[in-house]
Design a binder for this molecule. Structure first.
Ligand code: SF4
Length: 351
C-alpha cells in the first residue's frame, strides 16, 4: 500500500495527465466540456458502457450512435419492440446484454419514472448492470466516489503493486488496492483517466512507461518486469462443439427459427439445426426440416463464443412446398436479429 502523501501525488498526476491527454470519446464529457456547462447523460453513458463490454471502442461507436439516433431517451428504448432492439444489436455479440438492456430500460421507465437511480447501490439493482458499470455511471454522472475496476485497471494496479497472485484469484486484492488509490475528488474523471491509462499507455504487451504519469510509483517498472503482470492462471483449452444448420429456401424466402429465450443467443432468430454437442452427429439430417434434396456446403463455419469454439456444418436445400414456420425474404434478412454465427452459415450457403 502507498503512503497517503504518495497516494495524493498519484491522484494529482493522473488527473492532470487526463486533463492534458485523456481520450475524446463521443459519449465522454471532458473536463473542459464540463467547465462549459455540459453534464453527462446517464442514458448515453450506460449505453456506451454496455456496448463496450467485450468489444473495442471503434467497433461499438457506430452502434452507440445508431441507438441514440433511433432511441434518444431511455423511455424511447423501453417503448421499442424487443426484436427491433435485438436486430439493431446484431453484430455486437453477447445478446444477453441486448435483452437486459431492453429489460433495464423498461424497469427504469416503469419503476423509476424514466430516470436512472443516482447511486451505485441503486444502479446495481438494475438488470445487466454489474459492479463495474454501476461504479462508472455513479462516478461519471453523479460524482459518487466509487472504485471503478475493469480489466485495464486490473492490469495497471497489478503492475503498480507487483501483485503476485494470478487472475482471476487476484481480483479481490486488485479491487482492494485500486480502492486505496481511488480519488474522492473528481471521481468520474479519475476513473476515466485510469481506464485511459490502461487502454492507451499501460497496454498488455508493450506498456509505454516513458509517457506514464505513474512511472515513478510503479513497482513493476522499477523492477523491469512490467509485462509479467498481471499474473495469470494457466489457460484451460477451450472446448469445441459441433452442430449442423439447415438453410431451406422456398422461392425468395428462407426458413428461420427463433432460439429459446433462455440460454445462448436466447430470443434471437437463427436457422433450424441440431443441438451443439461435443461430438459431430452421425446423422444430422434427422433434425432437418422436411425436404429431401439436402446438399452439404463445402467446408464448415467456425465461430468463437466465450466458453467454446463452434463448428457448424451447413446444409442447403430448396423446397417447392412451404412448410409452416417463420419465413423471411432473403432481401430483408438484415432486418432480423440474426447472430453472427448464423450469418456466417447463410454466407456459406451463398446468401
Ligand atoms: S510505469 Fe509502465 S507498467 Fe507501470 S503503470 Fe505505467 S505504463 Fe504501466
Amino acid at each position: 500500500m502507498k503512503s497517503s502523501s504518495e497516494t495524493q501525488k498519484m491522484r494529482d498526476k493522473l488527473l492532470s495527465w487526463y486533463d492534458r491527454t485523456g481520450r475524446t470519446l463521443p459519449w465522454r464529457i471532458r473536463p473542459e466540456d464540463r467547465d462549459a456547462g455540459q453534464i453527462p447523460d446517464p442514458y448515453a453513458i450506460w449505453l456506451s458502457e454496455i456496448m463496450c463490454q467485450q468489444t473495442t471502442i471503434p467497433h461499438a461507436t457506430p452502434y452507440w450512435e445508431k441507438f441514440l439516433a433511433r432511441f434518444p431517451t431511455v423511455t424511447d428504448l423501453a417503448d421499442a419492440e424487443r426484436d427491433e432492439v435485438l436486430a439493431m444489436w446484431a453484430g455486437l455479440g453477447y445478446y444477453a446484454r441486448a435483452r437486459n438492456l431492453h429489460k433495464c430500460a423498461q424497469l427504469i421507465r416503469d419503476a423509476h419514472n424514466g430516470q436512472f437511480p443516482q447511486s451505485e447501490a441503486g444502479l446495481l439493482q438494475l438488470p445487466g448492470i454489474g459492479p463495474y458499470t454501476a461504479a462508472t455511471i455513479a462516478a461519471i454522472c453523479f460524482d459518487e466516489p466509487t472504485n471503478i475496476v475493469d480489466g485495464n485497471v486490473e492490469r495497471v494496479i497489478s503492475r503498480i503493486f507487483r501483485v503476485q497472485s494470478p487472475l482471476p484469484k487476484a481480483k479481490t486484492e486488485l479491487r482492494r488496492l485500486a480502492a486505496t488509490l481511488a480519488s474522492p475528488k473528481r471521481p468520474g474523471d479519475y476513473g476515466q483517466a485510469l481506464m485511459d491509462l490502461g487502454g492507451t499507455v499501460c497496454t498488455p504487451t508493450s506498456p509505454n512507461c516513458a509517457h506514464c504519469p505513474w512511472q515513478g510509483h510503479c513497482a513493476a517498472y522499477a523492477n523491469g518486469d512490467q509485462t509479467d503482470y498481471p499474473k495469470k492462471s494457466p489457460k484451460t483449452k477451450r472446448p469445441i462443439r459441433y452442430g449442423a444448420v439447415f438453410v431451406l429456401q422456398y422461392q425468395y424466402q428462407i426458413l428461420l427459427q427463433r432460439r429459446p429465450d433462455n440460454g445462448l443467443l436466447g430470443g434471437m432468430m437463427g436457422l433450424p439445426g441440431t443441438e451443439w454437442t461435443a461430438r459431430r452427429e452421425a446423422d444430422p439430417l434427422r433434425a432437418a426440416p422436411q425436404a429431401r434434396n439436402w446438399e452439404k456446403c463445402p467446408g464448415e463455419v467456425k465461430h468463437v463464443f466465450t466458453h467454446f469454439d463452434l463448428r457448424l456444418d451447413v446444409y442447403r436445400a430448396e423446397t417447392s412446398r412451404k412448410i409452416s414456420g417463420e419465413w423471411a425474404d432473403i432481401q430483408n434478412l438484415a432486418e432480423y436479429a440474426i447472430p453472427t454465427a448464423y450469418k456466417k452459415a447463410l454466407r456459406k450457403a451463398g446468401l
